[in-house]
Write a protein that binds this ligand. Structure first.
Ligand code: NDP
Length: 452
């Protein structure tokens, strides 16, 4: 208890205006407290105090010019959180909501997630409050070039290797990679999520969504269950949601919902491969809205976001599994109760911290199998690390090879989290298990490396 109070007092005193960061730290510290009590050397070395302070925090101006010649100034960030077990690794997010609290929560989570993957990668995160929505390709290119015009100084294949996140997909990675190459006159793997023709890895675009589905599959298997014949709710319609939808369908599940920030669609018949192809074209090429799905498929129902509701009706449909794949805190306590009432037995977080603490409590008290983002969505960064390995070897593995590695990594994350939870008396609590297992590797590396 003292450990929890001490660490939260530091966060409250130093970062009083960072609610998302506070939420992420509290969740981890609550699980880690018994580990610290068992290991006084970790308390003496102030491991937790060091973990909550980024090794380096960069903030910079990103000026750019729109197609009409008007000048804009955005903020760019890179949080280099912890490099105890490898180079900083974590995505870049371009979204108007981006601020230090959100990026620090993401960077903090990333440290434990990356440790869980079994691969040698430290944790980082970055991005900008730039909104790519509604911008032309040339505007996005000029922004990305300006962003990399500063970021290039701080990253490198053995230092810090960013990837994509919300608002940063293949197009943005391409523009940033091009700028880095021009400035440094060097073709190296400084970003992951690259296109296949110039250093990308097969299965990287699919990895987060597939991984979250594999994680759910592993959880269901502990109860002798599978996706076969189950109705599944998914939120979001971006990279993670699309491939979660694909894999759930392949495994025999029926995905009935997808969403964007304006609303969601419910398709009782299920979003099959042909309908998913329509969504991929709509979201990745046309950059349209999910409401257009209901215009194309008349059996589907579109519901607009209603901010006056105390819940999101997307989570009130009758489903047996749910994969929130949009953004943080998108599923609250009332939503969790609705899912429990409808008979939902497993929740696997494709997004980072999509369930509020109240929702997590409801799931755990109701016996719902709950896979937290830092374990369930680690497949993305795991395949990013495999992309780094392939870049270093100047060699490409086949689709099957990468997918097999991904499946085996997700199984290790599942089994290791479950074993750690059991060892520390948390039963089948994947939140505690993931936090403890992810923490131990980083903490031991920090002890070995001295006070730095
Ligand atoms: P995308 O930008 O491809 O898609 C994001 C989706 O979420 C869109 O449908 C978007 O709708 C919706 N969304 C974003 N912000 C909000 C919001 N404030 N309210 C409601 N809906 C919102 O991002 P990704 O699919 O890559 O990322 C989704 C989540 O997965 C994030 O939490 C990310 O951190 C996490 N993640 C991603 C990984 C990856 O490899 N890409 C790896 C691990 C985690 P709209 O188009 O209207 O904005």
């Amino acid at each position: 208890m003292d450990t929890i109070k001490e660490i939260m007092a530091i966060v409250d005193q130093r970062d009083p205006n960072q609610p998302e960061f506070r939420q992420a730290v509290l969740e981890v510290v609550e699980s880690i407290a018994p580990v610290i009590e068992k290991h006084p050397e970790m308390r003496d070395a102030k491991i937790l105090e060091r973990l909550i302070e980024p090794e380096r925090l960069l903030q910079f101006r990103v000026p750019w010019v729109d197609d009409r010649g008007e000048v804009y100034v955005n903020r760019g960030f890179r949080i280099e959180m912890n490099s105890a077990i490898g180079p900083y690794k974590g995505g870049l997010r371009f979204h108007p909501s981006v601020n230090l609290s959100i990026l620090k929560f993401l960077a903090f989570e990333q440290v434990f997630k990356n440790s869980l993957t079994t691969l040698p990668i430290g944790g980082g995160k970055g991005g900008s409050d730039f909104d790519p929505k509604g911008k032309s390709d040339s505007e996005v290119m000029r922004f990305c070039q300006s962003f990399m015009g500063e970021l290039f100084r701080h990253i490198g294949p053995n230092t810090d290797v960013p990837a994509g996140d919300i608002g940063v997909g293949g197009r943005e990675i391409g523009y940033m990679f091009g700028m880095y190459k021009k400035i440094k006159n060097e073709f190296t793997g400084i970003l992951t999520g690259k296109a296949l023709g110039w250093g990308g890895s097969l299965i990287r675009p699919e990895a987060t969504g597939y991984g979250a589905t594999y994680f759910a599959q592993n959880m269901l298997a502990t109860k002798g269950e599978s996706f076969k014949g189950k109705a599944v709710a998914i939120s979001g319609s971006g990279n993670v949601a699309q491939y979660a939808c694909e894999k759930v369908t392949e495994l025999g599940g029926k995905v009935v919902t997808l969403s964007d920030s304006a609303g969601y669609i419910y398709d009782e018949e299920g979003i099959d491969a042909e309908k998913l192809a329509f969504i991929m074209q709509l979201k990745n090429v046309k950059r349209g809205r999910i409401s257009e799905y209901a215009e194309k498929y008349s059996n589907a129902i579109y519901t607009q976001v209603n901010k006056d509701l105390d819940h999101n009706p997307l989570w009130a449909h009758k489903v047996e599994a749910a994969l929130p794949c949009a953004t943080q805190n998108e599923l609250n306590g009332v939503d969790a109760q609705n899912l429990v009432k409808s008979g939902c037995m497993a929740v696997s977080e494709g997004a980072n911290m999509p369930s509020t603490p109240e929702a997590v409590k409801v799931f755990q008290e109701s016996g719902v199998l709950f896979g937290p983002g830092k374990a369930a969505n680690a497949g993305g960064v795991a395949v990013s690390a495999l992309e780094m390995s392939q870049n270093s070897m100047r060699y490409n593995w086949s689709r099957e090879e990468v997918d097999t590695k991904l499946q085996s990594i997700m199984k290790s994350i599942h089994d290791d989290s479950m074993a750690a939870a059991e060892e520390y008396g948390f039963g089948q609590d994947y939140v505690a298990g993931a936090n403890i297992h992810g923490f131990l590797k980083v903490a031991n590396a920090m002890l070995d490396q001295g006070i730095i």
